[in-house]
Design a protein around this ligand. Sequence first.
Ligand code: ADE
Length: 249
Amino acid sequence: TPPLGILAALPQELGDLVDAMRAEGTMRTVTLGRRDYHTGTVHGVPCVVTLARVGKVAAAATAGALIHAFGVGKMVFTGVAGGVGREVRVGDIVVADSLLQHDLDASPIFPKYEVPLLGRARFDANGALADRLAAACERFVTDEGTTLTERFRLDGVRVHRGMIVSGDRFVSSEAEVRALALALPDALAVEMEGAAIAQVCYEHDVPCAVVRTISDTADDHAHMSFTSFLTDIAGTYSSGILRRFLDLY
Ligand code: ADE
């Protein structure tokens, strides 16, 4: 069976995944396009693990390489995002049902958000993969939610399902996040890679899923909140969620 691709933008967002692969003694690292691709097994599952780095171009290029050079059959992206939906708080988890590029606008030639000539704006996550990812998140919250809530003063931890939007902007003002929520009322979270991965996977019929922990609410406090969340907690979430996801795999 083809391996599973596992990606994050930044090293903190991958948690202990590369260490876990190294510990299983099967890891081989291949460098391509200035990225290191780690192949081997993680928790017994054949995987290719890499860092996409930040932004839609970086994500799309990495997804292409995973498909063409490493033959991955499925892809999962993990990391943090800014909360956009009313109920989405720092420490919550969002599993994407669909993804959209909020900064794509070729209007009036094409409808706003639509990927020209592909005829669509929204790309669905694979239902089975997203379900398994959400189940892993629920287990993670059941096992470690109370500890996380107390340790990091989070207001509980909830798992949401819905639309994640992506763009080449770190959204960090009240005005911008409010405009985004107004334009796309069903957007739960904003980040900078997911919809690019989803588009490339759609074009190649590769099932994909995206899970994001909310590090900030994309407002005037976003910079501070993002930075401390990334340093202190993001890895704990990714490690905990992915371990349970691969156990269910
Ligand atoms: N990733 C995490 N927080 C984000 C934000 N506010 N904007 C874009 N990407 C993010």
